[in-house]
Ligand binder design. Sequence first.
Ligand code: ARG
Length: 459
Amino acid sequence: MAQLWGGRFTKETDKLVYNFNASISFDQKLYRQDIEGSMAHVRMLAKQGILTEDEKNQILSGLEGILNDVENGTLKITDEYEDIHSFVEANLIERIGDAGKKLHTGRSRNDQVALDMKLYTRHEVVEINTLLKELLENILHIMEENMETYMPGFTHLQKAQPITLAHHMGAYFEMFKRDRQRLDDIYDRMNYCPLGSGALAGTTYPLDRAYTAQLLAFNGPTLNSMDSVADRDYVIELLSALSTIMMHLSRFSEEIIIWNSNEYHFVEIDDAYSTGSSIMPQKKNPDIAELVRGKTGRVYGALVSILTTMKGIPLAYNKDMQEDKELTFDAIDTVKGCVALFTGMLKTLKFNRESMKTSAMKGFTNATDAADYLVNHGVPFRDAHGIIGKLVLYCIEKDKAIDELSLGELKTISPAFEQDLFEAVSLETCVNKRTTIGAPGPDAMREVLRINREYLSLG
Ligand code: ARG
């Protein structure tokens, strides 16, 4: 049991207590951030004359050695240490002796762990952002290829109006674009350095906090030492953004699962992203999409967990806050895995354009346009709505689409119908006439594609 604080204790910690309190099993994930933070701290201590150049160099090369040895596997992080901070410090002292004992000058584990967690999550924000960009590039590619792939748009999962696959995909483009913007916002807001806040009230050493902040690529130091060690807002914001990403992925997965069903047959999931059944030889199941949908729950769970943990904590640091790590690490890994797999699945997804078109033609998705046609021929909209309602009923009885009726049949329902009705309610016309920005018409879509292509080119 290697711990940093035995001095004022007369008894050994009970083994169960020690294990309950220890965080090494999960905070070992922070070894790199812990060492980087310590290096910046030591550079600053030497610059301020608190450590000698020689002490600084010894500590830096000791820390460098620990980092290398952990990464090449010769130094194992074991549970004989309480946490990652004790592990690094104990190993440093073992390697370089007395100079190592000066590493923790002007620092507490409270500002140290606040820094480690911030460095870790800041890095992951960038990683997730990059993965989302790759997903967006794939969505944009599908959009570009499917400007004339007609399909039904749905409300209440009932066929509503004709759209294109490009337009449908465009909705997801906007969602994941906002997800990236949220990550950028979080990055900017979190990017202040807590190091030098000490346990809660700063320190009596002449630390240069702006210098360590600069060494670690922060915008500057945090401005209140109590808040610095007690703040986990950035974890909450990140988990909230991750929950929203999962919600979007889950909705998208749900649609792919529906579209992949025998009844819809809009898409075919590649063999590499499907699985078979142990008993039913005909099955090809959309397991990856289902798992992405399913894993949404654990990410939401992480958000609710940290919100609940933080709600009753008096200032400043309390040990409850150690609970910020495990579920956050799990949520980050889950989201990264899901975005990457989903992108792979989307890249290899085959769209069945004929089924989509037939489905759009069969479901009276042009009924609104037929009503608009009557309005353009002098019929008030409310009357037109009623006439088209009757027309749909007639079509259902005859098992025909509106544009499969003869002009004679149409005229028995309303004399306002003329030959040009057929052109007016074709899928192409229904889509092409929707020209306002944001609508599926080709000019509006081209403009959106131009804007989004430019957005992706900016980084
Ligand atoms: N393992 C602790 C955590 O994750 C590190 C900080 C410990 N500080 C303390 N005062 N006990 O929060």
